[in-house]
Design a protein around this ligand. Structure first.
Ligand SMILES: *Cc1c(COP(=O)(O)O)cnc(C)c1O
Length: 228
């Protein structure tokens, strides 16, 4: 058995009695490597760039559930609208409208699942909305007329730090956004259920704070080489 298969089994075991699922983050890794996780039974994968995602989608089996986890430009939505399961990085009404439009054009049988990405970290480079922006989005007439997307939860990227207390605060912040939105806009809607938080270095803490999706890359596939 491969090391990657071992890692998949390790996470299956760790998550078995939790509500959380593992998004195996495959960016920079070749399809042969991804295939090892697939052959170990894993089906939920995440990529952060559109072009790389499309190339891999075409080469890999089509029962994979693909999530886009990186920043998405509106002019690239069309390339993934036909097959994407979930876009975790929705950070504006404009982007959501484009996703809805492209999903409609593709005649999808299932809507595209969307997570609202919140800015919870210090770093200004990390994308995501403030809470009030999400409220404005959800109150808009335009959103209420979108029938080809569904908002299934929230996503956030914590600060890159070892400071556990800081990480805990950021995860709690995201969870409280989730709970407030649930109560205000999705009270009777079981589709709104996801809190995507936690990566290789902080998934255990994220899990304790209520994560339903951990996004793990290097912890499964090893370190990334961006210079290839
Ligand atoms: C790369 C990436 C991850 C995974 O990072 P690791 O530290 O390798 O686990 C998770 N989320 C997002 C948004 C990413 O871009």
């Amino acid at each position: 058995m491969s090391l990657i298969a071992d890692n998949i089994r390790y996470f299956d075991e760790q998550l078995k009695d939790t509500p959380a699922r593992l998004v195996a983050v495959t960016k920079t890794h070749p399809v042969e490597t991804i295939k090892e996780a697939y052959d170990a039974g894993h089906r939920l994968f995440g990529e952060n760039k559109v072009q790389e995602l499309v190339e891999k989608y075409e080469l890999l089996p089509h029962d994979i559930e693909w999530h886009l986890i990186g920043h998405l430009q509106t002019n690239k939505v069309k390339y993934i609208a036909g097959f994407i399961n979930t876009i975790q990085s929705v950070d504006s009404l404009k982007l959501l409208a484009e996703i809805n439009k492209r999903a409609e054009q593709r005649n999808r049988t299932m809507p595209i699942n969307c997570l609202l990405q919140f800015s919870i970290a210090d770093e200004e480079t990390k994308h995501g909305m403030a809470y009030e922006e999400a409220v404005a989005l959800l109150q808009s007439e335009e959103y209420r007329n979108m029938h080809y997307i569904r908002i299934t939860g929230v996503m956030g990227i914590a600060t890159n730090t070892e400071d556990q207390e800081k990480l805990r605060q950021e995860f709690r912040q995201l969870r409280s956004y989730f709970e407030q939105l649930k109560e205000t806009f999705f009270f009777a809607n079981p589709d709104f259920k996801e809190i995507s938080m936690g990566m290789t270095s902080d998934w255990q803490l994220a899990l304790k704070e209520g994560s339903t999706m951990i996004r793990v890359g290097s912890g499964i596939f090893g370190s990334r080489n961006y210079n290839k």
